[in-house]
Write a protein that binds this ligand. Structure first.
Ligand SMILES: C[S@@+](CC[C@H](N)C(=O)[O-])C[C@H]1O[C@@H](n2cnc3c(N)ncnc32)[C@H](O)[C@@H]1O
Length: 206
């Protein structure tokens, strides 16, 4: 089946994307809801968590993405691959991730990844960037004690900006890392590595 065609970017501030989602019920989306959850925010086509879900059957993987057709495609692939530990949700993480995770038990979210979020280079578009104080607060609120957050980007100013927001959070400590701790690379990571461009990475623990 051909890949779904989507807009390269969507504006998360536009009214269409400022909707209130139904909170997820893990009992409905995962076959074994008691397993720890890895949340990948801005997962695009979701191949990173698809491969992770195959490799780690003892973990549930939840992808959140603002471009709805990619979510439908991801869930179709999960079904076709018989992966009952993988699910994608249409969500504007900057606006309504907290609502989406409202019913999540306190001790299940053990890992969060944010990988190569859109940089929105122009100053006038800075408000469209995904990582802001509210998003970090939301992640920290739902992350279990000793849960980890991994963030990576190839854009230097964005790395500085995002890492600073995480560093300022009193409930997080930074863990030094020298490489990507995960065995799978995202599509964007592979593309950046092929061009031999630098990648900035940071990891935090609650
Ligand atoms: C540059 S892509 C990176 C995709 C993937 N993480 C990777 O590393 O290959 C950034 C992704 O974040 C999604 N995104 C941007 N803003 C978002 C938001 N507010 N909520 C959820 N997803 C968002 C975009 O639609 C896009 O798929």
């Amino acid at each position: 089946m051909p890949r779904v065609r989507v807009h390269q970017h969507v504006n998360p501030l536009s009214p269409f994307y400022r909707f209130t989602p139904q909170p997820i019920e893990i009992i409905k989306i995962f076959a074994s809801p008691q397993l720890p959850i890895h949340l990948d925010i801005g997962c695009a086509r979701g191949r990173f968590i698809l491969k992770m879900a195959e490799m780690f059957p003892d973990c549930n993987f939840l992808g959140v993405e603002i471009r709805e057709p990619l979510v439908a495609e991801g869930n179709r692939l999960a079904r076709e691959s018989n992966l009952t530990n993988l699910h994608y949700e249409f969500n504007n993480a900057t606006y309504s991730l907290d609502k989406l995770l409202e019913n999540l038990p306190a001790d299940v979210l053990h890992a969060v990844t944010i990988q190569f979020p859109d940089p929105w280079y122009k100053k006038k578009h800075a408000k469209r960037r995904m990582v802001n104080d509210d998003l970090v607060e939301t992640i920290v609120k739902h992350l279990k004690f000793d849960g980890k957050i991994f963030v990576q980007t190839d854009v230097d100013f964005l790395a500085e900006e995002m890492f600073e927001i995480f560093r300022e959070n009193q409930n997080l400590s930074e863990i030094e890392i020298s490489k990507n701790p995960f065995p799978i690379k995202t599509e964007r990571e592979t593309a950046v590595e092929e061009k031999e461009l630098p990648i900035y990475r940071a990891m935090f623990i609650k």
